[in-house]
Design a protein around this ligand. Structure first.
Ligand SMILES: [Zn+2]
Length: 240
């Protein structure tokens, strides 16, 4: 990461506004969300983290969520939106924020639009900046290649990648010499199925944002740093 402290100071006066980050599993969405948050000094809001936090603090929303998950059901939109709404009302969201894992559905996207238009945010600056949706787009064949290159040590759990982080000796863990395996989750058929599910669930959302002119696509084929640079360029261009 390149000196975020300096960048934050330089941009402190300018609002990035609300940002939504989309990307298929393996496209590096979580990593990019963290980099953007650090670079612009805005909070990264992940619904997974929010949910865990509410459960841990045993809040009313957390109790409801836990009861629902305990029955093996999906946490409904209303509850997820409630948690997001509370979080966005906090002071650190005034200049902008980056949502990671939300919205997941068109209904959630419509809710978010409604809240933004209604002046959900505390601070004025961010309200003036329209929502920007960044889609880290990557060719699925490339993603499958990247993800099937993962190897795991069954003994110590170390994770390798034949392309980006290979073991010193082929097929063997650097730490304990155990034979590396391909986890079931990393097998091609499983990955292809996961990507198809993502595509099916996310297409309505990207269509929704595209129609509203909020969607920007970033090429996800490059390195982490190349993608981060493209995202920064996009945000800095529109912020000025
Ligand atoms: Zn090992």
């Amino acid at each position: 990461m390149d000196a975020p402290a300096v960048s934050v100071d330089a941009r402190a006066k300018r609002a990035t506004g609300p940002i939504v980050l989309l990307g298929a599993p393996g496209a590096g969405k979580g990593t990019q969300a963290k980099l953007i948050a650090a670079h612009f000094g805005i909070p990264q809001i992940s619904t997974g983290d929010l949910l865990r936090d509410h459960v841990r603090r045993n809040t009313p929303l957390g109790q409801q969520a836990q009861a629902i998950m305990g029955r093996g059901e999906l946490v409904p939109d209303q509850l997820v939106c409630g948690m997001v709404e509370q979080r966005l009302a906090e002071k650190d969201c005034e200049q902008g924020f980056i949502l990671d894992g939300f919205p997941r559905t068109v209904a959630q996207a419509q809710w978010l639009d409604g809240r933004l238009q209604a002046g959900l945010l505390r601070g004025k600056p961010a309200e003036k900046v329209p929502l920007l949706v960044i889609d880290i787009a990557i060719d699925y064949a490339l993603l499958v290649q990247r993800l099937t290159a993962r190897r795991t040590c069954p003994q110590c759990g170390a994770i390798y990648n034949l392309q980006s982080n290979p073991p010193h000796k082929a097929g063997v863990c650097d730490l304990d010499g155990a034979n590396l395996i391909t986890r079931k989750d990393d097998q091609e058929a499983v990955i292809v199925e996961r990507l198809k599910t993502y595509e099916r669930e996310t297409l309505p959302l990207t269509n929704y944002y595209q129609q509203r002119g909020a969607l920007r696509r970033i090429d996800g084929a490059g390195t982490v740093e190349q993608i981060a640079q493209a995202v920064r360029d996009l945000l800095e261009r529109r912020g000025s």
